[in-house]
Each structure stands twice: as structure tokens, then as C-alpha cells.
Design a protein around this ligand. Sequence first.
Ligand code: C6P
Length: 387
Amino acid sequence: MKQVYLDNNATTIVDPLVKQAMDPFFCQMFGNPNSLHRFGTETHPEMALALDRLYAGIGAGDDDDILINGCATEGNNTVLKSVFWDIISRTEKKRIITTQIEHPAVLHTCQFLEEKGAEVVYLPVNDEGIVTPEILRAELDPEKTALVSIMWANNETGLINPLKELAEMTKAAGALFHSDAVQAIGKIPVNVQDVPVDFLTFSAHKFHGPKGIGGLYIRSGVELVPLLHGGEQMGGLRAGTINVAFMVAMGLAMEIAVDALEYEDREVRRLRDKLEDALLALPDVDIIGKRELRTPNTILASFKGIEGEAFLWDLNTKGVAASTGSACSSEDLQADATFQAMNVDADLAHTGVRFSLSRFTTEDEIDYTIGVIKETVTRLRTISSTY
Ligand code: C6P
């Protein structure tokens, strides 16, 4: 049976070129980069190249930092907890402003910090699912705000926030600005020269790198309290032996992903729109968020009267992999808030299915998926009207 993978917002296939680039670091160049002998030092040029590629990919300056870490969840935790320890617990600035639509890696960390004494404001979105500067302005008290954390693009809807305006407004109020850019890298341009973020998180497995490696950008001059102590790696900001193979892989994956942005915007968007048009031609199907406001690869569709999980199960038996939303928040605040914020009624919220494409998705796969969806929708609606 044909297998079609349309869950690229959960994770992506590793690009074969990226996989190949990792190979030498397991059995040949396997030294610890902190060792002084040849096995250690011979990894340094490869690590430097990887860092150069990461810096170039997001437009970071030479004086900025990019910490290599385990994943975006770690990056998000590091920023929020660092600001808590460095500012919130020591000054009158107790407020973190975030949004209701963040990933649990931000939401759950904020909830934890609230218990420790932080004041957290969870911004709503407008009726298009966007966090606008006006929404932020209402809560951005310069006397109270330590940090604003707003995702670049939402993982469930693909909706893109106006990051430049949000970051500029935050900086003007004297607060730090963090963005979880996990779903933006490799889908739309992300450049820290254009957008004055202080911190930015990303994760290699969302742009055809391996799982278990990510990056945290820190603007030059911005303080960070380490989450992990115990070594001098990453200038003492993140202790622990660096996974050289994965770091090299992430650097190459970033370079390829950024080079492929034009393809993403043209071809991935074309295939996404083809699928979306086919969905909209079916009765009682809604798509969440205007397509021009979304990343080019994402559709969150609601099929009235069909329970999302039942639908997914049927698609799965025909070889099509999609999801009901975020792989780690189907039951909680993020999924609910996204729907609530956009005035999607509760019934519809249980019928949401996310299709997320990548540059590896083919036209043939989309055509097959359209056929499978038509058949599945008809069958499931017939069953539900019979019983
Ligand atoms: N979202 C999804 O299905 P990690 O796995 O820690 O590298 O990434 C976590 C993460 C953080 N922020 C955003 C915006 C994300 O989308 C994710 C991962 C997946 O939507 C899995 S829950």
C-alpha cells in the first residue's frame, strides 16, 4: 500500500544528504570535542562549519550566541527559567507575557513559573488567529514586564504572527523578547537582523535534521542563566558533551532548508493549496485560518460530523499519516485555545485534522490523499447518518 506522510509539523524525514553527513562522526571522528588529542580536535572544523551554517541560516551576527541543545523544549525552558531566575525573582518586573496558542513547552513552563511567583499573561488571538500588536500593547506594562514570548508560526494552524512589530514593540517597552520559531524555520524566512528578538528557539527535526538536537539563539549582550551546569561546553551556558554528529547534521539541514525556501513557497504551497481546494470542495469542511496568513505547508481542517481521531484512524489504514493537531497537546490548553480563540465551536474542535507537507511531498502523494479523503469522508458520514 502507498504510504503518504503528511505530519511534517510533528517531525520530518531526515534529508538523505544530512544523514550521510553524520556518518563519519560515529566510528571515525568520534572523539569528544573537549578532548585535547587529535580525536577531539579534528571535530572542531566541522563544528565550526555547522555553527557558521546556523548563524547564516537565521542571520545571526558574529557576537551573538547560538547554544546547541537537545530540542526546542529545552530552548524554551532555558529562556523562561533564565528570565525567572535573573529578573523575575530579583526585581519588580514579575510579568511574562505569552499567548494562549503556544506549544506546551512554553505553556507548561509558564504555568510552573506562575506557581513560583511569576505573573503570566496569556494573550488571546484575534478572530483570524493572529496575535496582533494591539493585543500585546494592552498588557505590555514597561514597569512590570520582564519577558514577552510569542511563537513565530503556530504548529497547529500554521498561522504566522507579525513578529517584527511584536518584537519592536516589546523592545521599546524595555522587555526581553523570545520567539519559538520551531515551525517557521525552513518554511518562511527567519532573520534576526530584521526582527529584534533576544532569544529564538529551533529544532533540527522540524527541518529534515535528526531528532534530539536544537538551537537557542541569544542576542549579543543578553544575559542567560544556564539550565544545565557541570561543564564548560557552550561557554559554560549549556554543560554536557555536544552531540557532534547531530550538530553537523543540524547545520547542513539548516543550510539546505534555507536554500529551499523558494521551493517551499512555490511548490509546497502549490501542493498544499491543491489539497486544500479539494477539501473545500467537499461538503461541510472548514479550514482554520486564511491560507495567505499561514506557513505554506499547513492545513488544519475540520470535517463536520466526523470525529478527528476516527478520521485519522481511517486515513492511517489507507497509508495516509496526518494528526489531530500538535502531537503533544491534543488534550490541553493549546489545542482548545486555538479553536476557542478563533470562535470555532466545540463540536468542530473535535473534528480537526492537521495535514502538514514538506519539500519531500510529491504531487502523486497529494492526488492519492485527495482520493482517500473523499472516500473516507463519504463512508464515515454514511455510517454516522445510518446509526
Ligand atoms: N511540535 C507538533 O506535533 P521539540 O520536540 O522539543 O524539539 O519541539 C517542541 C515544539 C516546540 N514548539 C513548537 C511550536 C512545536 O511545534 C514543537 C513540536 C510537534 O506540533 C510535536 S508536539
